[in-house]
Design a protein around this ligand. Structure first.
Ligand code: ADP
Length: 650
């Protein structure tokens, strides 16, 4: 299907081309007609001029021959007349006459003008002279005879006119006029004829016998031939037109016209090509625009551009959907933006100026924004400088992702994780409860016996008050020891929000060891602690780290169930390494079989009868939430070492 603009453009460019071609054709026809009429005109002029020249030459020749005949007549009547003077006059007044001879009846020269040195009747040329035949013919016919052309000794080609002289007794000789063809043409063809034509005399074979020409023209254009009679004998007079100057002008003109037409056609073709390219570019642009628009409309990420002053210059449909305001309502708006929640105006304004100062975090930032209906939503925003095609910074481009749902899910997951951690802690404590109760028994029975001793002494009234001070002092220390144990248990089991603060790993290790020591004693496990002196604090929730430590120590103790009693050793060490505090819990247990190593940290993986399989999983998530790492490796000399690192608080 041909589309309208394409059709218009085709017509638009085809019409001038057709018009141009028509102009060229008409111009060509006009020039051809002009040329033809000029040629005809030239032809007529040529014929006319050729006839005129022939006539004028004939007239001239006739007048010369007439004079010869008059002389012959004079000689016939008065043989003693002074013919030589008349002959000289004829030769001098008429340059076309080469020579005049007076021959006697035998053909001998009686007189010659100009004179012949050795008195020969016939001058010897390269060819035999046809004069002898002419003399015989003239004497027998009694009238003038023209000879065939023959070469003259000095003057090219010529011919003779033989006029018989008759006296009373009969033929008495002849007067011969020698005419050189070149001279005839030279002296009797006027300059204005010579300027336009080459006038030549040719023999019956077309060979040029003599010519007059202003210039030597190698390629003549047109010629006209007429019999040159007299002298006759097949001779023709040929007039040939020279190449005229006007032809050159015409050629230049025609060349210029065709050149200009060619360049006009070329320009039109170029314009057409240019238009086609433009149309194609426009089409591409339209397609691209439509594609971009479709892309823009289907984006779920909100896009917003602001100028350098912070006024909104662009919003996409997703952004409008997100905030609830239309594009028209948002464009041109400056701070405070309608979607800034009133309770967070200050923070929004601060973020706004940070972005305008070019200090927005490149990893994006979160901001709570307001919808038109008053609802709040959390957006993850990335701000970047808006750079135009010339590389100029013209504003700021922001992309908005609604992360409300994601945050809610994350919160939920975090709460569940905390609950899980808490449950795990309670379980750990439950498992240690009997040994802890036993541990508590010691200070409590000490308190009971001290208080019983004091009461006895008081009842017997045999004691001075000062004597009661040491036992009461011991009693209070035991009570404090018991209190500390209970506080630690309480602290450990209490449900609380995670509290990240700088804490000493050494302290956490000691607390954990003191909590588990009773249990260890029961299992016959020795615990050795080797703490790095002066280790820097780490940023962590100490109860969670304690939970990790207790879990790993309990696992170690349980792994040594089959180990001979005196070899059951649990070693806890801390080291500072690469900006982190590294804690290592090494046991002398059964080790981790290679086939379970992969799944050790998976939830619910356990090899124990009453095991839950959640301990290591929780430990790893706790350590990773502190930006640390938890792993294990086989220990030298048997057993396993569990290690975790926590970054040093900067
Ligand atoms: P549970 O202790 O309830 O089984 P854990 O997640 O703490 O759950 O441990 C998972 C499994 O990892 C244990 O069942 C045990 O097989 C293995 N394991 C843990 N610590 C050690 C260790 N120190 N030595 C050998 N195996 C261990």
């Amino acid at each position: 299907m041909i589309r309208l603009p394409a059709l218009l453009s085709r017509r638009g460019t085809a019409m001038p081309i057709v018009a141009m071609v028509l102009v060229v054709v008409l111009l060509g026809v006009f020039l051809w007609l002009l040329d033809r009429s000029e040629r005809e005109e030239e032809e007529h002029a040529l014929i006319r001029d050729a006839l005129w020249v022939e006539q004028s030459l004939r007239f001239q020749l006739a007048s010369d021959v007439d004079r010869l005949e008059q002389l012959a007549d004079t000689l016939g009547r008065a043989p003693d007349a002074d013919v030589v003077t008349a002959m000289r006059q004829l030769v001098t007044t008429n340059p076309a006459v080469e020579r005049v001879l007076w021959l006697d009846a035998e053909g001998r020269i009686t007189a010659s003008v100009p004179p012949v040195p050795d008195g020969r009747a016939v001058e010897e040329g390269p060819e035999p002279s046809p004069r002898g035949d002419a003399l015989r013919l003239a004497s027998s016919l009694g009238k003038r005879i023209y000879t065939a052309p023959y070469p003259l000794p000095q003057a090219g080609i010529g011919f003779d006119v033989v006029v018989p002289v008759f006296q009373d007794r009969g033929y008495a000789g002849a007067l011969v006029g020698v005419f050189a063809i070149d001279d005839i043409l030279t002296h009797h063809v006027p300059w204005w004829i010579a300027e336009r034509y080459q006038i030549a005399v040719a023999d019956s074979n077309g060979a040029v016998l003599g010519a007059k020409s202003r210039i030597d023209e190698p390629t003549p254009r047109r010629s006209h031939a007429i019999p040159f009679d007299p002298p006759g004998r097949g001779m023709t007079l040929v007039a040939t037109v020279h190449r005229t100057e006007s032809n050159f002008g015409r050629t230049v003109l025609v060349a210029a016209i065709f050149g200009l037409t060619g360049s006009a056609l070329w320009s039109l073709w170029m314009v057409r090509r240019h238009m086609r390219r433009r149309l194609r570019a426009e089409q591409q642009l339209r397609t691209e625009h439509a594609f971009r628009k479709a892309m823009e409309d289907s984006l779920t990420v909100g896009m917003r551009a602001r100028d350098l002053e912070g006024r909104i210059i662009y919003v996409n449909p997703a952004f409008c959907r997100m905030v609830g305001w239309s594009e028209a309502e948002l464009l041109g708006r400056g701070p405070p933006m309608p979607y800034w929640p009133p309770e967070d105006l200050e923070r929004c304004a601060q973020v706004f100026s940070t972005v305008l100062a070019g200090e927005a975090p490149p990893d994006g930032f979160e901001l709570r924004l307001m919808r038109r209906d008053g609802g709040r939503f959390d957006a993850l925003i990335y701000e970047a400088p808006l750079i135009d095609a010339n590389g100029r910074h013209t504003g700021w481009m922001g992309s908005f992702v609604d992360i409300t749902e994601r945050k809610r899910a994350e919160d939920l997951a975090r709460q569940q994780q905390e609950r899980l951690q808490h449950t795990a802690r309670v379980i750990t404590m439950g498992e240690m409860a009997s040994t802890l109760a036993h541990e508590l028994n010691q200070p409590l029975s000490a308190i009971a016996s001290y208080s019983a001793g004091c009461l006895n002494k008081l009842r017997a009234d045999t004691v001075a008050p000062a004597e009661l001070i040491p036992p009461l002092d011991k009693l209070s220390k035991q009570a404090m020891r018991a209190g500390r144990i209970i506080r630690r248990i309480h602290e450990f089991v209490r449900k609380r929000d995670p509290k990240v603060a700088p804490c000493e790993v050494a302290e956490v290790v000691e607390d954990s060891v003191s909590l588990i020591r009773a249990d260890a004693r029961k299992h016959g496990v020795r615990i050795e602690v080797d703490l790095a002196p002066g280790a820097p604090p780490v940023l962590a929730d100490r109860i969670l780290v304690q939970q990790v430590l207790l879990n790993l120590m309990r696992n170690g103790m349980e792994a040594m169930a089959q180990t001979p009693r005196d070899a059951r050793l649990l070693r806890v060490t801390t080291r500072v390494q690469n900006g982190a505090v590294l804690t290592r819990i090494r046991d002398r247990g059964c080790g981790v079989a290679p086939e379970v190593a992969e799944t050790l940290f998976s939830p619910f993986f356990t090899t124990k009868k009453e095991g839950m399989g959640m301990g290591l999983n929780i430990c790893r998530s706790i350590i990773e939430s502190h930006h640390g790492r938890l792993w294990f490796e086989p220990a030298q000399g048997g057993g396993t070492a569990f290690l975790f690192s926590l970054p040093v608080a900067s």
